[in-house]
Design a protein around this ligand. Structure first.
Ligand code: SF4
Ligand code: SF4
Ligand code: FES
Length: 252
């Protein structure tokens, strides 16, 4: 199958293949040594960090979600032997390298303000009310270097400081909230939370309301689906599982 013809479920299935099917050691030609949480392991070359950790015997209960680069759960920090630099990556999207010393960061406890987006307007005032510390940005670019999505984080913070919500929303569109930018920031900012506010403001005030959504909300309010909702609520969990797995999946 050509890469362009694969839908998202194919890509996820492929990413999981070595875990689901297991790897026959006699078929593995190339091995490398990596260190996970300070302990060395010999793993097949070519695996992602996530697959290599599973090969080494780790079972993920944290730091793993979609396995396909979307959820931001598999945040990893590593260094290559002989190199002093600490690097960052998503474990499901990055291949292991010989001499990699790695650990995972399951959660970044960065500050997040509670706000009501209906009471804010696009512009600098919104940030001054919710995240005034954003003005402390030093322009060092450490956040951009840390971003596994190749987002110009420093630039979206600069847009936020100008009150340019649209630019900030646009530049941060691919953010997966992994938190790596915040971990590296010397000004201790929580960049991704500010960008999320920008996208909310942009979505609410600067983009035309989607007609299909407005229509569907009205249908829900008018009770069009009441009977279907009731049927679902009365369905046993096993039957719901069957319905879910046999549903039509939209092509990516
Ligand atoms: S902007 Fe920050 S939180 Fe978003 S993907 Fe990049 S490093 Fe992760
Ligand atoms: S790491 Fe922090 S201080 Fe440096 S450019 Fe990014 S937001 Fe600004
Ligand atoms: S597991 Fe979701 S981005 Fe890696």
């Amino acid at each position: 199958m050509l890469e362009k013809d694969k839908n998202i479920m194919d890509k996820i299935a492929e990413a999981n293949k070595s875990v689901v099917t297991g790897i026959d050691e006699k078929d593995i030609e190339h091995w490398i040594t990596i260190s996970i949480l300070g302990r060395k392991y010999r793993v097949p070359a070519g695996l992602t960090i996530m697959q290599a950790m599973e090969f080494a015997g780790y079972k993920f209960i944290r730091s793993c979600g979609c396995r396909a680069g979307f959820c931001g759960a598999c945040t990893t920090v590593y260094r290559i032997e002989g190199d002093y630099r600490l690097k960052t990556a998503m474990a499901c999207q990055t291949r292991v390298e010989h001499g990699m010393y790695l650990t995972q960061i399951p959660f970044t406890p960065a500050e997040r303000t509670d706000y009501d987006v209906n009471k804010l307007l696009p512009g600098i005032e919104a940030f001054l009310q919710t995240y005034p510390e954003m003005l402390r940005c030093l322009g060092c670019n450490a956040c951009t270097k840390a971003c596994p999505q190749d987002i110009d984080v420093m630039e979206y913070i600069a847009a936020g400081k100008r009150g340019d919500v649209e630019k900030m929303a646009e530049l941060s569109f691919d953010c997966i909230q992994c938190g790596l930018c915040a971990i590296r920031c010397p000004a201790e900012l929580a960049q991704y939370n500010y960008a999320q506010l920008a996208r909310r403001l942009h979505g609410k005030y600067q983009t035309p309301p989607p007609q299909h959504l407005t229509k569907r909300v009205k249908e829900i309010e008018d009770g069009t689906f009441e009977e279907d909702f009731k049927k679902l609520m009365d369905t046993a969990i096993d039957e719901l599982r069957k319905l879910y797995t046999s549903r039509d999946i939209e092509k990516a």
